[in-house]
Write a protein that binds this ligand. Sequence first.
Ligand code: ADP
Ligand code: MG
Length: 274
Amino acid sequence: MPKATITAVVNQKGGTAKTTTSENLGFGLAREGKRVLLVDTDPQASLTIALGNPQPDNLEITLTDLMKKVINEEPIAPGEGILHHPEGVDLVPSSIELSGMEVSLVNTMNREKILRQYLDTVKNQYDFILIDCMPSLGMLTINALAAAENALIPVQAQYLSAKGLEQLLGTINKVRRQINPKLRIEGILLTMVDARTNYSKEIAALIRDTYGGKIKVYDQVIPRSIRAAEISAEGKSIFSHDPDGKVAQGYKALTQEVMHDAEKRRKRELDQLR
Ligand code: ADP
Ligand code: MG
């Protein structure tokens, strides 16, 4: 059985639409019949809340418990702690308790690979695993990058910080060299793009120039719309909240692009095996 493509949705800057993208790309892939697991690695638990769990601190099992089990070498039952959303995605939820994990990992053996070890136990059951990262480059984000094959970087075009992006790419390269040689940058996604300005094309061109075409910028950008902001309290996807809106269209097209890239990668891997 093929194992999941694991993607970290990452940017140490807050408010770049990491959570919104994890959520709606996840739903988009599920609508295409893919088996999708979302993993909330942010102690703020925005993704957990957005998926219809308004009180994450009352959940019985969260990512913290699962990571603790890995650290203590305790068995994890099939499906343990995984929540099912009616629109067809699964979720490993987070809660504020996870902020303690960031600290306790420091003294843990193999501390960068705890999340990866957990995902090893579930990845045969999914086609795509999306890891929603917190806005920092701390231990939990390093764990996400150590577990992933791809990094998808949402950037708010209007507030692009060249320094911030440089720092993020530096961390990704370091993780690739030292921990996870399979890690690659899947692409930069421009989010909250204002239709009235042409800004996004300039930014995309700037990024392409700066990195000599080595880093992909997704053709598809995600437009800004109040509809996207509304769903975080609704517990449902943009596809059911505003199916004909431009954000739903954006995530639909992004879903196609991501599936296409995953397919290309799989073919390349198969060719290498021959
Ligand atoms: P992050 O996870 O990177 O911190 P979020 O996904 O939580 O970012 O998004 C930050 C804020 O912007 C949230 O309030 C969210 O509802 C809003 N938002 C996300 N995408 C859009 C969009 N396309 N248009 C308008 N607002 C958006
Ligand atoms: Mg977030």
